[in-house]
Design a protein around this ligand. Structure first.
Ligand code: AP5
Length: 215
């Protein structure tokens, strides 16, 4: 199973990725988590990515495409993978196509901008694993602590309202065109399924809707 999760920042891609990767036994490839890992490790990639991420802008296609192409060659991707946060531009989607990577399902999680801004202020993250929580909608068992490791949760720098608004602008300009792109591909390619789910429903209902639509 090769899955792409599409949706605005904060639509719930990471949250649903956690369920889907267990269900289909495939790895989650989150470009955002990979970049945050590189920043934490102080690598050249991290240094290049940090300024763009802090400003809510996209990291260059060239860097991201190379990163993902290398990652999906790894052994754990032999039976499939879930792409969370990639592709984010038409150029990234074209690069997948040119590389001959056949996708089975594109899942669009639809959430209006106003709801996104509300959600982001309550998000807390465990940066080492990429696990996310919400102080109201999806609280951790112990306040401020990751459920699995017990380590501290933090608020991501790019979850501040002004950066969220910039990220949404970038989403509408550069990522949203992928909805039309993949719907058109799904009309032409029988093995590609495109589904849209209402991401404003409860987390468990969003999961159930995805599973039922995917079959
Ligand atoms: P990235 O980390 O990918 O951020 P994003 O796409 O903006 O997505 P988020 O992780 O913010 O949100 P999400 O949709 O996963 O939502 P979540 O499940 O956490 O990218 C960060 C940056 O890296 C980018 O801005 C860019 O600079 C760079 N980058 C990454 N990939 C790139 C690429 N391909 N090209 C170029 N640059 C790239 O949920 C959000 C909150 O809502 C949580 O608190 C959660 O608990 C809560 N929640 C989830 N579902 C629900 C629900 N149904 N109801 C109520 N609350 C919910």
């Amino acid at each position: 199973m090769r899955i792409i999760l599409l949706g605005a920042p904060g639509a719930g891609k990471g949250t649903q990725a956690g369920f889907l990767t267990k269900r289909y036994n495939i790895p989650q490839i989150s470009t955002g988590d990979m970049l945050r890992g590189a920043i934490k490790a102080g690598t050249e990639l991290g240094k290049m990515a940090k300024a763009a991420m802090d400003a809510g802008q996209l990291v260059s296609d060239e860097i991201i495409i190379g990163l993902v192409k290398d990652r999906i060659k790894e052994d754990d991707c032999k039976n499939g993978f879930l792409l969370d946060g990639f592709p984010r531009t038409i150029a990234q989607a074209d690069a997948l196509k040119i590389a001959g990577v056949d996708i089975d399902a594109v899942i669009e999680i639809d959430v209006p901008d106003a709801e996104i801004v509300k959600r982001m202020s309550g998000r807390r993250a465990h940066l080492a694993s990429g696990r996310t929580y919400h102080i109201v909608y999806n609280p951790p068992k112990v306040e401020g602590k990751d459920d699995i490791t017990g380590e501290d949760l933090v608020q991501r720098d790019d979850d501040k309202e002004e950066v969220v608004l910039d990220r949404l602008k970038v989403y509408h300009e550069q990522t949203k065109p992928l909805i039309g792109y993949y719907k058109e591909q799904a009309d032409k390619i029988a093995s590609l399924t495109y589904i849209t789910v209402d991401g404003t429903a409860d987390i468990s209902k969003v999961e159930a809707a995805i599973v039922s639509k995917l079959g």
